[in-house]
Design a protein. Structure first.
Length: 415
């Protein structure tokens, strides 16, 4: 604070507050009350820390989702049987050797045809030839499939194994089921070669699986070979057949473009290949949803921090009324008092922003180390976080600083 000497005949010059004095006063106000300063900036620390952690974990999670998506969905192609213009006349467009034809396409690891069998109304699946109140499972889908479907879906068998080309070509009545269906039917072991009855037709259960890498709805289905299913129940009726193709990484678009011609060179229009969706679009969608959800939490934390700074600064103004009055009596202007308290609140916000940035970065790195991920942090976000804390402190200090500037020197000195 500088007061210039008055020259006779001239008006008294106004006092001025140098930037150096302003910063020293603000630092002194923060340092002289360390416990209060720490508690005041805690809200900003949590808010900025949440901001950094949210953006960092969202980017890291999106990268992990993208990686796993590439490993599974990007290596999956579905071929749909449309029948083209002959859909009414051709109920099944896939040839008998569809699996072998697709195996010859470069980049294909497995492929299989499947469709949902149309059962007569009231048909139940039982574990005994005689109907029992607790021995039947109703409304369980039955899926006719070529052996390649199980290779493409990659189920994890807890007992037994999948059926193969021998079972299909020799019209063997065998079935594989999910563990949940097996439990409902009371099948606990395959050593006794248990059978299930689809209506009155018996099928020997040769495999029970509890998980699949692709097409998870198979966990609830009864899967039987294509040849006996087509002979007993006929070709697809309610839903047309499809083919599931498993490819090597990066080969899915090429396989999708060649599948129809490889399967039906005479009528490629009977089939339509569906390539996997764009992984970038999925990553952006997931990242956007996660970001919107958790950024709301960060905004709430920042708001709580701003309220804490405003409340503490306002209390400090009320406690330091005598100091404010003395400064005003010595020549300090109202704007000097405003800048002093505003700088103090901004300093608290900046310190909270720096500490919050460090805390959020440590959280992201710790989570990534625990899960063996690669942390993804935007340098621009790390640089902007302390500025966000500074802005929070400035906004929180506006009203208390204005209240401090309104203190009258005479009234203050009377207290």
């Amino acid at each position: 604070m500088v007061n210039r000497r008055r020259v006779p005949g001239r008006a008294a010059p106004g006092s001025r507050l140098a930037l150096r004095d302003l910063l020293s006063e603000a630092v002194a106000g923060v340092v002289q009350r360390p416990a209060r300063s720490v508690l005041t900036s805690l809200g900003t620390v949590l808010g900025v820390g949440s901001f950094i952690a949210v953006l960092g974990l969202t980017g890291t999670a999106a990268a992990q989702i993208d990686t796993r998506f590439n490993r599974l969905t990007v290596t999956e192609v579905t071929v749909e049987d449309t029948g083209g213009q002959d859909a009414d006349r051709v109920p099944l467009s896939f040839p008998r050797d569809a699996d072998r034809r697709m195996d010859r396409v470069h980049g294909v690891t497995a492929a299989g045809v499947y469709w949902k069998v149309r059962l007569a109304p009231g048909t139940a699946i039982r574990s005994s030839p005689v109907a029992a109140p607790d021995g039947a499972v109703s409304r369980t889908p039955v899926v006719a499939a070529s052996p390649g479907l199980l290779d493409a879906a990659a189920p994890h068998f807890t007992q037994g194994r999948a059926f193969d080309a021998f079972h299909d070509t020799h019209d063997q009545r065998v079935a594989v089921i999910g563990s949940a269906t097996a439990a409902r039917l009371g099948i606990t072991t395959l050593r006794t070669q248990p059978a299930i009855f689809i209506g009155d037709t018996p099928f020997t259960v040769i495999g029970v699986f509890d998980d699949v890498r692709r097409k998870p709805d198979l966990l609830l289905d009864v899967i039987v070979p294509r040849t006996p299913a087509e002979r007993i129940w006929g070709p697809p009726q309610d839903e047309r057949a499809k083919m599931l193709i498993s490819t090597r990484l990066g080969a899915a678009p090429q396989v999708a473009s060649q599948a129809a011609l490889a399967l039906r060179p005479d009528h490629p229009d009977y089939l339509r290949a569906v390539p996997p969706p764009d992984p970038k679009a999925l990553r952006h969608a997931v990242g956007g949803d996660l970001g919107q959800l958790f950024l709301l939490l960060a905004v709430v934390c920042l708001f709580i921090g701003a309220v804490g700074i405003a409340n503490t600064t306002l209390v400090a103004v009320m406690e330091r009324v005598g100091e404010i009055g003395l400064r005003r009596a010595l020549g300090a202007r109202a704007r000097h008092i405003t800048w002093q308290f505003l700088t103090e609140s901004a300093a608290l916000g900046l310190l909270g922003g720096i500490a919050g940035t460090s805390l959020g970065t440590a959280v992201v790195v710790g989570v990534c180390l625990h899960n063996e991920w690669t942390p993804v942090l935007d340098p621009l976000t790390l640089g902007a976080a302390p500025v966000l804390g500074l802005a929070t402190g400035l906004l929180a200090g506006l009203y208390p600083s204005w209240r401090a500037s309104c203190v009258q020197p005479v009234e203050a000195l009377r207290r």
